[in-house]
Write a protein that binds this ligand. Sequence first.
Ligand SMILES: NC(=O)c1ccc[n+]([C@@H]2O[C@H](COP(=O)([O-])OP(=O)(O)OC[C@H]3O[C@@H](n4cnc5c(N)ncnc54)[C@H](O)[C@@H]3O)[C@@H](O)[C@H]2O)c1
Length: 386
Amino acid sequence: MALSSGLDAYMNSNAEKVESHDSRRMKVGIIGCGWIAEEHVKSYMRQSDVDIVALADIIPGKAAAFAERMGVKGARLYNSDRELIDAEKDIDCVSVCTYNRQHAPCAIYALDHGVNVLLEKPMCVTLEEAAEICRAEKRSGKVLSIGFQPRFDGNMKEIKRIVESGELGKIYYIQTGGGRRRGIPTPFGTSFIENETAGLGALADIGCYSLDMVLNAIGYPKPLTVTGYKSAYFGTDPNYYSAHPEYAAKFGVDDFAAAFVRLEGDIILDFRIAWAMNIDTPGDTIILGTKGGLRIPSTNCWNGFVGGPMIIYHEVGGLQVETTIPIIETKANLFDLKIRTFLDASRDGTPAPVPSSQIIYNQAILDGIARSSDLGHEVKIEIPEI
Ligand SMILES: NC(=O)c1ccc[n+]([C@@H]2O[C@H](COP(=O)([O-])OP(=O)(O)OC[C@H]3O[C@@H](n4cnc5c(N)ncnc54)[C@H](O)[C@@H]3O)[C@@H](O)[C@H]2O)c1
């Protein structure tokens, strides 16, 4: 198969590389010491040029307990992102690992104080917040990268290479999404299901990954309109939670969403995502083009892999044939690649590995689905001026 030569620079580079070639040490802070911060810290600790100098969490004692548990020695501890940013004048980078509602304020404050930001996914909750983050990034001239580590998986990169090779022809229809039969994320409390902390549910939590998998492959065309739907039949049912029926009353987001999105370039995106549903999968991801179709077996792409070997349906010499793409093994840890590429971009002042200029379109779709669902009709997506 002919492969494209026009991939993003970092996609073409040796993506397995996790070692820095620069000896200057980077000072890093962690904002939000919850579940995902552990993965950030483990990856930073595997880098030879990083000192984790500061940790912040708004829950009293949480940063200290985190430092102890993770073996982060000598880090200064703070009670909020602002305290950390105000005190650490020479910090290079922060990872923003707060719940979704605190993504925008923390990222904007750090950027406005000249700090490079690795912001966890989803970018934030609303499109207007995403625009505010992009404006802060522009004002600061600093690096802002969004935490989509599945992009570094070899199979995910292969999807992009297949599209860019021209093998599928002009893309006109995409079906994507996925989800779990039962899987509302409450192992560490309710920060994913309360409106005050999460803002959006399955739609943003795992939906953002499904969108990124296909939109990144086709070059992130601008979204134009969306008809969206979301519901919360499982999360609001006390019987759903065996150990914590009281969570039902706290559930303030969606556990299922579906949408029909028009993208620039006459492309239709058909999307559905679930934290809980009465079926095992809402289907495979399919990308239809004028010359070929790609089937990506139903995938928990948020875990950084495809659901099985991908198949291209195309014609060869007038015959309808199928080409199976073997699973590609990615040896390096995807989190290490996400952290390393962010550090390199921050140190060298090069473009962000997962740029906000793309992810604002991802956020625009999430925002459009939520708005359309609330209004009960199709809505236009207007990308704000940055
Ligand atoms: N990339 C991935 O694979 C992945 C996986 C899981 C979660 N996430 C994302 O990471 C984010 C955090 O998820 P989590 O599971 O760690 O949540 P969590 O609720 O366990 O942790 C978030 C922490 O942030 C703290 N916090 C909130 N506002 C703060 C502020 N202003 N300053 C300092 N601390 C603050 C909270 O007190 C909490 O301890 C979410 O947006 C989630 O979508 C990403």
